[in-house]
Design a binder for this molecule. Structure first.
Ligand code: ZN
Length: 274
């Protein structure tokens, strides 16, 4: 059993009070149950007037096939494998109170959106949610055409990115660095609140992000809690360092899959819409 004092001690070492934290955590990485479970972990991060920001993506639930007139080239998709005129099943559009979440994101984001006071973004496929004093400010920066606004706000507030038992391939903030390095973000399809299909910004392949590790290493601080290795990165400096590295060598984020369409198209600059 991991005692809650151990969590508080590590958080105090890695994250200043009053600051926002972008948190990516694997509960399995602790190797033992946390006393009080996921809610105790979340409470430990919220202590000290901190704000917790998490991805609450809903691509499997709300993504739809691309209509014929909305298929930008160099968009990480082989449209020839799709029907020319897709059937788009009827379904409710995403709303911030839908309560749904991509189950692959783990239990922490689900714990955040279940709390009273949680604020969730309006992006139908890649929303973020936050809890704490800066939640509204971070989340209101997101829209379907500005997916990473909350991460810009995180950096502006001198926030911290914490990877708790997960790798750099999970660091969503590097997608913002890709954008700042000149890449356009991929476009995917979802219904808007008027039930029309529209294009929204999403991230690319992140499996090559660990190759930025040596560039980010000067910024990292670490702690160990139970079996979980934590890395903390200052958001502003980390996003700037990653953006500079990508600008200098666009291929630095290429993943190990030689035929990865996402990497090929994002490294080439991303989708072209005319
Ligand atoms: Zn890839």
């Amino acid at each position: 059993m991991i005692p809650t004092e151990h969590l508080g001690k590590a958080i105090d070492e890695l994250a200043p009070r009053n600051r926002p934290i972008m948190l990516h955590a694997s509960l399995r990485s602790f190797g033992a149950p946390i006393e009080g479970g996921v809610d105790a972990l979340l409470d430990a991060f919220l202590a000290g007037n901190r704000t917790v920001l998490v991805p609450t993506f809903t691509e499997p639930q709300f993504g739809v096939a691309p209509p014929a007139g909305l298929r930008p080239v160099r968009n990480g998709i082989d449209y020839s494998e799709l029907p020319a005129v897709p059937t788009i099943p009827e379904g409710a559009p995403y709303t911030t109170d839908c309560g749904l979440i991509n189950p692959g994101l783990g239990v922490l984001p689900a714990a955040v959106i279940s709390r009273t006071g949680a604020v969730r973004g309006t992006h139908p496929l890649n929303s973020f949610a936050a809890l704490g004093p800066l939640a509204g400010e971070l989340i209101s920066a997101q829209s379907p055409s500005d997916v990473y606004g909350p991460l810009r706000e995180l950096a502006a507030h001198e926030g911290v990115i914490i990877l708790a038992g997960v790798g750099i391939n999970r660091m969503t903030a590097i997608h913002l660095a890709e954008h700042q390095a000149g890449r356009r973000l991929f476009l995917r399809w979802a219904r808007n609140l008027h039930h029309q299909v529209s294009m929204v910004e999403v991230g690319s392949c992140s499996e090559g992000f660990p190759r930025l590790g040596p560039i980010l290493r000067p910024h990292v601080r670490t702690a160990v809690v139970g079996g979980s290795r934590w890395q903390a990165f200052p958001a502003r400096q980390t996003i700037a360092a990653a953006a500079a590295a990508i600008r200098a060598d666009q291929s630095i984020t290429r993943c190990a899959e030689g035929d990865c369409l996402l990497c090929r198209d994002s490294i080439a600059g991303g989708p072209m819409t005319t």
